[in-house]
Every structure is written in structure tokens, then in C-alpha cells.
Design a binder for this molecule. Structure first.
Ligand SMILES: Nc1ncnc2c1ncn2[C@@H]1O[C@H](COP(=O)(O)OP(=O)(O)OP(=O)(O)O)[C@@H](O)[C@H]1O
Ligand SMILES: [Mg+2]
Length: 265
């Protein structure tokens, strides 16, 4: 128990691989070191990520915050393997992303990662359940099984009764719930969310955050959430602040407080 009582300053000198590992004693899902990403626009080269270290432990809920243009979406795209990096290393479940073939990466993303974006990216001609089952069908799951899992995912986000509605007949909050169901239907290791509440009114944003927090606490789903909303950041375990392509600071919230509370019992 006593070993759990560890300040953030201490963990850095304790030989642990990452904050997450120090906190939970388990290897991180994502472990990125010194990631550099440059975009070549034809006329000039812009270095958007300038040596970023970022790791996430299983079961964590991490917010990434910072001014517009500081590189948050780029970081998310690089860490999830959607975009290539110039240098640095990214390990997913201990496997080096750079050593995976395109096919392996695509497969890893399809099976282990869920994505939620500000724009819902739902297909308008498909019903909610058809949208949610799509990633499973793409991954080769049999239609009957895919439909069953899609219904279960919609139940988990409180939309069981809306399964046969098309997106146009759903509210903004309900649409975002469908995208969350679609993100978790494959039972991913990690869910990436880029401004998931950016298009919602504040009351609906709170509802969506409550849902994500519940999925995290109840089902242990790991989230990395890019957000401008301080209300979202405050409810995550950790806020990673970015500025101009670098990590400008980290704020730890209740995760560490909970560990401390256990340790002092
Ligand atoms: N494909 C691209 N080609 C060239 N430049 C790009 C590309 N994508 C992003 N950038 C540039 O990289 C920088 C970071 O962009 P990014 O989208 O990561 O910022 P962000 O922090 O997500 O901002 P926002 O909060 O507005 O979404 C910006 O200057 C942007 O113009
Ligand atoms: Mg962005």
C-alpha cells in the first residue's frame, strides 16, 4: 500500500516507464516517445509535433487540451496510426507501430481502436443500428452476430429504442450517442475522441461526458479526449496540455487522489 503513495515528482525518478505504469503498475496501451511530425505544404515545411512524449495506461481517461492549431488532432492521428511520423517511437500494446505493415495497422485500428469525432460521420441512409454494425461487418463479423452486438452497443448508450431511426430523425446528442456506440461495438482497447462535444449545446455536452465517464468507470474503457471544454478536462483523470507542438504541462486529477486515498486507509 505504501508504495502506491507516490508523488508525480517521485515517479519520474523511480524507474517506471510512464506515469500510467507508475500509477497502475501495468504497461501502457500507448507509449509515444519524442514524436516529431512535419507537414510539407509544397511551399514550406511546418513542424507540428516537436518531440512529444505521451502514454496512456489501460482504464485511464485522458484529456488533451491546448490552443487551436497546437497539434492536438495531429497527435491523435499519429498515435492512432492514421498518419505517419517523421521520427520518434509509438508502441501500441508494446508493439512498435513503425514495424507494422499497412495491413497490420489497419487491422489493429479496426479491432482495437474506436473513434469519435465532432462531426458525427454517420451514413444518412442507414439506421442507427446499421451505422453501428458497420465496423463489425467490415471486420468480417457475420451479419447476424454484428446486428446483435450493434443492438447491445446501442443499449449501452441508452438508445435501444432508437435502433431503427435514421440519423436525420435523431437529436445532436442522440447522434453522438450512436457514434459512441459505433466506437465501442468492436470492444476496443482504446477510444480516441476529437472534440466529441464540440457541436453540442452545454447540457447535451454534459450528458455525453457523463456517458463516456460511465463507460470508462463501469466497463474500464480507455479514452483519450481532445477538447476545448474545461468542463470535460476537469472530469478526466489527467489533462495533458499542449502548446505549439509540445507538451506544456500535465494536470492529474482524481486518479492519483483515489490511489492516495486507498493508500492512506
Ligand atoms: N494535412 C496537413 N497539411 C499541412 N498542415 C497541416 C495538416 N494538418 C494540420 N496541419 C497544420 O498543423 C497545425 C496543427 O493542426 P491540428 O489540426 O493538429 O491542430 P489542433 O490543435 O487540432 O487545432 P484545433 O483545436 O483547431 O482543432 C496547424 O497549423 C495546421 O494548419
Ligand atoms: Mg483539432
Amino acid at each position: 500500500m505504501v508504495q502506491l503513495r507516490m508523488s508525480r515528482k517521485q515517479h519520474a525518478s523511480n524507474g517506471f516507464e510512464s506515469y500510467g505504469e507508475a500509477l497502475l503498475g501495468v504497461p501502457p496501451i500507448i507509449d509515444a516517445r519524442q514524436v516529431v511530425k512535419t507537414y510539407d505544404t509544397g511551399t514550406d515545411r511546418v513542424t507540428v509535433l516537436k518531440g512529444v512524449d505521451f502514454s496512456v495506461a489501460p482504464g485511464e481517461m485522458v484529456a488533451v487540451m491546448g490552443p487551436s492549431g497546437c497539434g492536438k488532432t495531429t497527435l491523435l492521428n499519429c498515435l492512432s496510426g492514421l498518419d505517419n511520423v517523421d521520427s520518434g517511437t509509438i508502441a501500441l500494446d508494446g508493439a512498435d507501430l513503425a514495424r507494422m505493415s499497412d495491413r497490420q495497422r489497419t487491422d489493429y485500428r479496426a479491432r482495437k481502436m474506436g473513434f469519435i469525432f465532432q462531426v458525427y460521420n454517420l451514413l444518412p441512409v442507414l439506421s442507427a443500428v446499421e451505422n453501428v454494425e458497420l465496423p463489425l461487418l467490415v471486420a468480417g463479423v457475420r451479419p447476424r452476430q454484428a446486428r446483435k452486438q450493434a443492438h447491445e452497443a446501442l443499449e449501452r448508450v441508452g438508445l435501444g429504442k432508437w435502433a431503427n431511426h435514421r440519423p436525420a430523425r435523431l437529436s445532436g446528442g442522440q447522434r453522438q450517442r450512436v457514434t459512441i456506440a459505433r466506437a465501442l461495438v468492436t470492444n476496443p482497447t482504446i477510444v480516441w475522441a476529437d472534440e466529441p462535444t464540440g457541436a453540442l449545446d452545454s447540457k447535451t455536452a454534459v450528458e455525453i461526458m457523463n456517458l463516456m465517464r460511465e463507460l470508462n468507470r463501469r466497463d474500464g474503457l480507455t479514452f483519450v479526449i481532445v477538447t476545448h471544454d474545461p468542463g470535460i478536462g476537469d472530469r478526466c483523470d489527467r489533462i495533458v496540455r499542449m502548446r505549439d507542438g509540445q507538451i506544456a504541462g500535465v494536470v492529474n486529477h482524481d486518479a492519483l487522489a483515489e490511489v492516495d486515498a486507498v493508500a492512506t486507509d
